[in-house]
Write a protein that binds this ligand. Sequence first.
Ligand code: PLP
Length: 495
Amino acid sequence: MSISYQSTRGGEKNLSASMAILKGLADNGGLFMPDAIPELDVPVEKLADMSYQEVAYEVMKLFLTDFTEEELKYCITHAYDSKFDTEEIAPLVKADGAYYLELFHGSTIAFKDMALSILPYLMTTSAKKNHVENEIVILTATSGDTGKAAMAGFADVPGTRIIVFYPKGGVSRIQELQMVTQKGGNTAVVAIHGNFDDAQTGVKKIFGDREFGKKLDEKGFQLSSANSINIGRLVPQVVYYVYAYVKLVKNGEIKNGESINITVPTGNFGNILAAYFAKQMGIPVKTLICASNDNKVLYDFFRTGVYDRNREFILTSSPSMDILISSNLERLIYLSAGCDARKNQSLMAKLSEEGAYEVTDAMREEMGDFIGGYADEKANAEGIKELYDQTGYVIDTHTGVASRVYRDYVKETGDHTPTVIASTASPFKFAHSVMEAIFGDQSGKDEFAIIDELSRVANVPVPAAVEEIRHAQIRHKRECDAETMENMVAEILEL
Ligand SMILES: *Cc1c(COP(=O)(O)O)cnc(C)c1O
C-alpha cells in the first residue's frame, strides 16, 4: 500500500514520503502526517529473530513507500553501523523491575542519534529521487542534543550545509563543547541570546519567510529541517519501540501478545509520539506515560485538556526537555480531531496568538492512551540516587525524570504492567548533575575530573564521544539575538 503525506493544517497533500522529508515543514507551518498509520505485516515471532537493521527495514518500508528496497536498505546499513558502540544498537537493561531501553549508543551519546544518523541518507536519497539540484541547507534549533547529532550526521555530506542554533547558557557544558568543536566545512553553530523556544520560533519564522526562500533559491539553496518535526526523524524512532517489544518476547521477559507500558522523558513530544505510532502499527501497548520536568505543560495538558504555554520557562538539569511548545503534539491533536486540519489549524492559531488552547472532551478521549507525570529537580535527583544505591545502575538526568515518574505512577496506580523506559542520554553527557544527584555538591570541580569519577563509580568506560572533546579545538564562536537569526543565516551562506 502506498502512503502519502499531508499537512496537519490543510493545503498541501498527496506528497510522497521523499518530498515530505525534503520539505520538513509544510508551507503553512503544518507538520506532515501519513494518510494512514500502516500495520506491521511481519509477525512478532519473525521480527524477534531479526537484527536492528532488519527490523528497521520492516518498519520503515511501510511508511516510506516511494523508497525502493535498495535505497532504504542502503540508508539503514550506512546509518546503523559501527558508529554505534554495540551491535544491538538499542540494548535493554533491566533495573529495579523496569526495562531501560538505552538509546544512547550512537556517536553523540543521546537518543537523537537513533534518527539523525539515518536522516542525512534519507534526505540525500530523497533529493536524488526528486532531481533536486539546489544545495540543501539544514536549519536546526536545538535544546542541546539535536544540534550535535544532526551535525555529526550531516558533516561533510556532499550537497548539504547545516546551521545549528542553541540557547546560550541553556545547555550543559559537555553539550556546548560537543557543538562548538564540531568539524566539517559545511557546519555552522550559533549561540542565541534566548531560550530554546526562541530558537525554535526563529527557525520556524525563517521557514515561513517566502521572500527569503526565493532569495535562497536564486543562490542555489533550499531549506530543510532536521528537527523532530521532520517525518524522516519520526519514522526511524518508531523502529526501536517495535524492536524493544520483540526482544522482550524473544528473551522470555513477556509473552507474545502481552501488553507493555512505555515511559518517555518528553520535550518536543517526538519520541513518545513514535511510541504511539508503534502501538498503532500493532505493538500491544497499554499506557504511554509522558514524563515532564518542571516545565510541565504536557502534564497539565493531559490532566486538564488545556495547553497553556503562558508560564515561566524554567532551566533544569534536563535541558533537552526544557520546552514549553511541544511541536509534535500537533500531530496527536490532528489525529484526535479525526484528521480535521481546520480544527487543528484553529487550535494552533490560538496557541500562537494567545499561547493557549483547549481540546474537546471527545479529543481527550481519543488521547486516552496517554497519561502525564512530572518530576521536579529534587525528585529527579533523589530518584537517580535511589536507583544507583539499589542497583548500581547510573542513569542521566532526562532518563531520571522518566524513571521517577514511572515509579510514582506504580505507587499511585498499582499497575505492574511490564514497562519500557526510554533511556535518552548517557549519564556522561550530564555528568555534573548526575554526580551531584548521587554524591552531593560538585561545584568547583573540573568537568572532566567529574567524568573520570563517574566512570569509576558506574564501572563504565568514558565514551569515545566525551574523550573526543577533552582536548578538541573550539571552531565556532558565533552569537546573535533571536530576532536576527535570518540575517545570520544570510551571512553564513554569503547571500
Ligand atoms: C531530545 C531529548 C528528549 C526529548 O525528546 P522529545 O522527542 O523532544 O520529546 C529527552 N531526553 C534527551 C536526552 C533528549 O536529547
